[in-house]
Design a protein around this ligand. Structure first.
Ligand code: PLP
Length: 404
C-alpha cells in the first residue's frame, strides 16, 4: 500500500494534546497566516466502529466525492470499507491504493462513455443506471457489467434532495427499464437509492427499502435473480449527531423486507465518515467597522465586518449550494468577559456573494486573530476552488497514540 499519510507529518496526540491544542500550536507559530485544516484520523476510525456496531448487516462503500483526500481514502481502505466512485478519476484514485475493483461501485446513473470504457478496462463491473440511454450505452461499451437500478425515494426533509437529478420512479419507470434490460440481455443484480444528503427523516429508509422489495419481486418475475441492495447515503456526521434512529429504521426494515441473509446489503455513506473529522482554522486579515444610524431614534451602532482567508469559493461552498446551511465560528482566543458586537464574516475574494456568516454576535477581534469552524470534512475540500488565486487550505493530520 502507498503511504501518503506517513509522508506527511502526523501529529501524534498524547494525554496533554487534542485537536484544539494542535490548532492553537499551529495558529500561534511564527508567520502562520494561511487558513489550515486539522484532520483527526481517530474520529474516522471511531465512526467506522459505530457503523459496524449499529448496522452490522450493511457494508459501507464510502462516497469518495464527499472528501477525496488521500488520508481519508487510505484510512478507510485500511479499515476495509468499499468505495462509491462517480468518475474515472475517482476510480483511479481508489485503485492506486491497491483496493480491489470488486470493492468499488460506480454509482453514477449517467456516465460519460470514456468513463464506462475505463471502468471496463480495470474491472470495476458494478454500476448504477436510471434511464434507457444508459442501458443502450452499457450494452455497447460494457456488456458484462453488473447493473444496479437506481430508484427515486426522497426523504421529506433533507439538506440536498438528490432525487431532483437521479433515480427512476419505482412504480412507473423501473418495471419498464427492467423489461428493456432483460430484452437487451443486460445483467441487472440489484436496486439502489439515495434518500438525500443530511436526511432528517429516518422513515424515508423504510419507504425506500419497501419500494426496493417491490422491484426485487418484479425482477424475479422477469427471470432475474437480484442479490444486491444499496441503501445509499444520507447519514449525519456532525459532532453531536447520531445514526441510532436511522439505524433502527434500517435494521427493522431489512428484517421485514429482506430477511434472506444471502442478499448483500451495501450503503454509500459520505458525510457520516468525514464530517466531524475535519476542523478548519481561518485567519482574520481585514476588518471594516460600519456605523449605522437608526432613522427613527437617531442612535448609531457599529457593525463589524471580518474578512477571513477562506470563503464560499473555497471550503464554505455548502453555504451557496445548500439552503440554510449555517456554519458556526468559534474564536480561538479566550474572550471571556469581553463585549459582543453584531458582526458578519466574509471570504477573501472580490465577489459579493462570498459571505460566510451573515449576522452573529462576536467579541471584538483584531487582525491576525483566528476563527475555528468544526465539522468541515464533508463537501468542503473536495469542492473548493482557488478562485481569485486564493490557496486551498493545507491539511494537518493528527491521530491518538493508540489509533496510530
Ligand atoms: C453524494 C452521494 C453519496 C453520499 O451521500 P452522503 O449524504 O454524504 O452520505 C452516496 N451515494 C451517492 C450516489 C451520492 O451521489
Amino acid at each position: 500500500m502507498k503511504t501518503a499519510i506517513s509522508e506527511e507529518r502526523v501529529h501524534i496526540l498524547d494525554s496533554q494534546s487534542n485537536v484544539w491544542s494542535v490548532i492553537s500550536e499551529i495558529a500561534l507559530s511564527d508567520n502562520q497566516e494561511d487558513a489550515f485544516y486539522v484532520c483527526d484520523v481517530g474520529d474516522i476510525v471511531r465512526k467506522h466502529k459505530t457503523w459496524k456496531a449499529k448496522l452490522p448487516r450493511v457494508e459501507p462503500y464510502y462516497a469518495v466525492k464527499c472528501n477525496h483526500s488521500l488520508a481519508v481514502l487510505e484510512v478507510l481502505s485500511t479499515l476495509g470499507t468499499g468505495f462509491d466512485c462517480a468518475s474515472k478519476g475517482e476510480i483511479e484514485k481508489v485503485l492506486s491504493l491497491d483496493v480491489r475493483p470488486d470493492r468499488i461501485i460506480f454509482a453514477l446513473p449517467t456516465k460519460p462513455a470514456s468513463h464506462i470504457r475505463h471502468a471496463a478496462s480495470v474491472g470495476v463491473s458494478r454500476m448504477t443506471f436510471d434511464n434507457e440511454t444508459e442501458l443502450h450505452k452499457l450494452k455497447k461499451l460494457y456488456p458484462n457489467a453488473e447493473m444496479v437500478i437506481r430508484i427515486r425515494s426522497d426523504a421529506t426533509d433533507a439538506q440536498f434532495i438528490l432525487g431532483r437529478k437521479f433515480g427512476c420512479d419505482p412504480e412507473t419507470e423501473a418495471p419498464e427499464l427492467l423489461r428493456l434490460a432483460k430484452s437487451l440481455g443486460i445483467n441487472v443484480i440489484g436496486v439502489s437509492f439515495h434518500v438525500g444528503s443530511g436526511c432528517r427523516e429516518p422513515e424515508a429508509f423504510q419507504r425506500a427499502i419497501s419500494s426496493s422489495r417491490y422491484i426485487f419481486d418484479y425482477a424475479t418475475s422477469l427471470g432475474y435473480n437480484f442479490h444486491v441492495l444499496d441503501i445509499g447515503g444520507g447519514y449525519p456526521g456532525e459532532h453531536g449527531t447520531s445514526i441510532d434512529k436511522i439505524a433502527d429504521v434500517i435494521n427493522s426494515s431489512l428484517d421485514k423486507y429482506f430477511p434472506d441473509p444471502s442478499v448483500e446489503i451495501i450503503a454509500e455513506p459520505g458525510t457520516f465518515y468525514v464530517c466531524s473529522a475535519y476542523t478548519l482554522a481561518c485567519n482574520i486579515h481585514s476588518i471594516r467597522n460600519v456605523t449605522e444610524t437608526d432613522a427613527e431614534t437617531g442612535n448609531t451602532k457599529t457593525r463589524k465586518m471580518y474578512y477571513i482567508n477562506d470563503g464560499v469559493f473555497g471550503s464554505f461552498n455548502c453555504i451557496i449550494s445548500c439552503d440554510n446551511h449555517v456554519v458556526v465560528p468559534i474564536p480561538l482566543k479566550d474572550y471571556t468577559g469581553s463585549k459582543y458586537h453584531p458582526s458578519s464574516i466574509w471570504g477573501p475574494t472580490c465577489d459579493c456573494v462570498d459571505q460566510v456568516v451573515e449576522n452573529i454576535l462576536l467579541p471584538e477581534m483584531m487582525v491576525g486573530d483566528w476563527l475555528v469552524f468544526k465539522d468541515m470534512g464533508a463537501y468542503t475540500l473536495s469542492i473548493a476552488s482557488s478562485f481569485n488565486s486564493f490557496p486551498i487550505p493545507k491539511v494537518h493530520i493528527v491521530a491518538d497514540k493508540n489509533v496510530w
